[in-house]
Ligand binder design. Structure first.
Ligand SMILES: Cc1cc2nc3c(=O)[nH]c(=O)nc-3n(C[C@H](O)[C@H](O)[C@H](O)COP(=O)(O)OP(=O)(O)OC[C@H]3O[C@@H](n4cnc5c(N)ncnc54)[C@H](O)[C@@H]3O)c2cc1C
Length: 404
């Protein structure tokens, strides 16, 4: 367990920040979350929770709530632009039932984490935009802009969970490389179900789109493209919609509901690689440390695993905080680097110089990995963020015991 009065300041109340806050509080720390937003509000669209993320949610005691609010996805289907199945992967044949992926509205996941933090007495300060950090060996001080001016708050450990454009990363002078711009996407959730015959991902040229259930009466949909094509999605709504429906006829039933960009998330995805994940007693997790391509649906899952791995190292340490932070990175980074690389390999932008062959190459890459039965099993485990063949926290990359 942690020493008496071990104060943790978490910058950012997203998925990584709330999971870390909850885990640290459970491990006996006093946790303060600084979130720039004025209040929690439903944002984003769907998120696919995979085995590694689900194991962490189970360890935090909220796995069943999450499953109840989402939809289980037992198979994944890659389709052509008209919906014809190119490749079906039976996830249920390779994973125990409790680790079949769950597709959930990001807002529901966020709300479940947020309520669990409240029950655990985590202190959350809204309207606090972290600006600078005064790094000190014992307690660093975080300065945030608030309505009442600049407010300092100090902690033995500062966790930067403030996403892609992390202010903590900059304040701690951790050098990061945007490696490179990967994709842009448009996503939403519609309040109706679609037949399972349409579930899956559709590919054509440098674009992909897809739909998955988030419940019996709701469907998460997405459209994504290499950065060049994605610029189209910043323009006029009607022409974007007509082009997407023209290229992907099954999307018509979904996009017919929309008349403007309202009620959808438009995201620019970038990969982030940092020279280090910590500097002194400041550590980065989630997108702040390693934002990745959305292709594998591992961003939120990796953020959840980071949180538990970090807490298990810090709470289990007997050689000081800095040693624990170094081990956190040494243990965790190879797995994250591997997932980041896989997502990058599959991204359309990696192939953007040969637009005519993109779909063919993407499909060939996937077929080569999935078609042999042993390859399929290994690939499902890798996509699920698991190492080795086990189905436990160690397989998800969590070393040591859960500290509560
Ligand atoms: C608005 C939004 C919508 C998203 N929607 C989707 C989606 O629909 N599907 C999907 O797959 N992924 C989505 N993502 C990305 C996905 O949630 C992340 O990749 C993943 O969960 C990692 O989360 P994170 O907590 O590391 O970062 P984030 O989810 O980016 O959370 C970072 C948090 O830090 C806060 N913050 C940022 N800067 C500061 C600062 N200076 N001071 C204080 N707080 C700060 C942000 O307000 C945010 O709450 C979305 C992200 C965001 C921010």
């Amino acid at each position: 367990m942690l020493q008496d009065r071990f104060d943790v300041v978490v910058a950012g109340g997203g998925i990584a920040g709330l999971a870390a806050a909850l885990a640290f509080q459970r491990a006996g720390a006093s946790v303060f979350v600084l979130e720039q937003a004025a209040a929690f509000a439903p944002v984003g669209a769907g998120i696919l929770l995979q085995a590694n993320g689900l194991m962490v949610l189970d360890a935090l005691g909220i796995g069943e709530q999450v499953r109840a609010h989402g939809a289980i996805v037992p198979r994944f289907v890659l389709r052509n632009s008209h919906g014809r199945c190119l490749l079906a992967t039976e996830l249920d044949a390779h994973l125990p039932r409790q680790y079949w992926p769950v597709c959930i509205h990001r807002a529901h996941l966020h709300e479940i984490l947020w309520k669990a933090c409240l029950s655990a007495h985590v202190t959350v300060h809204f309207g606090c935009k972290v600006k600078t950090i005064d790094k000190k060996p014992e307690r660093s001080v975080v300065f945030s802009d608030t309505r009442d001016g600049t407010v300092p708050i100090s902690g033995h450990l500062i966790v930067g969970a403030d996403g892609l454009k992390s202010a903590v990363r900059e304040a701690a002078e951790i050098r990061a490389h945007l490696w490179p711009i990967v994709e842009g996407s448009v996503q939403g959730v519609v309040p109706f179900g679609v037949s399972t015959a349409y579930h899956g991902e559709y590919v054509k040229g440098s674009e992909a789109c897809g739909m998955l259930p988030t419940g019996p009466d709701s469907t998460f949909w997405f459209w994504g493209a290499s950065s060049r094509t994605a610029i189209a999605a910043t323009g006029e709504f009607d022409s974007w919609k007509a082009e997407v429906c023209g290229r992907f006829p099954p999307m018509h039933a979904i996009l017919a509901r929309y008349n403007s960009w309202t009620d959808m998330a438009r995201l620019q995805h970038r990969s982030v690689r940092c020279d280090a994940w910590s500097s002194g007693n400041v550590v980065l997790i989630g997108d702040a440390a390693h934002a990745m391509s959305p292709n594998l649906g591992q961003g939120a899952n990796c953020a959840l695993v980071d949180a538990l791995v970090l807490v298990s190292h810090v709470a289990g340490t007997d050689d000081g905080l800095l040693g624990a932070l170094a081990r956190f990175e040494t243990d965790r980074r190879p797995l994250v680097d591997d997932l980041q690389q896989r997502g990058h390999d599959e991204s359309a932008s990696a192939l953007r110089h040969w637009p005519g062959f993109e779909a063919v190459v993407i499909i060939a890459l996937r077929l080569a990995r999935f078609v042999p039965p042993s390859g399929q099993h290994a690939e499902v485990l890798a996509m699920s963020g698991l190492v080795g063949t086990g189905f436990d926290l160690a397989a998800a990359g969590v070393r040591g015991t859960v500290p509560w």
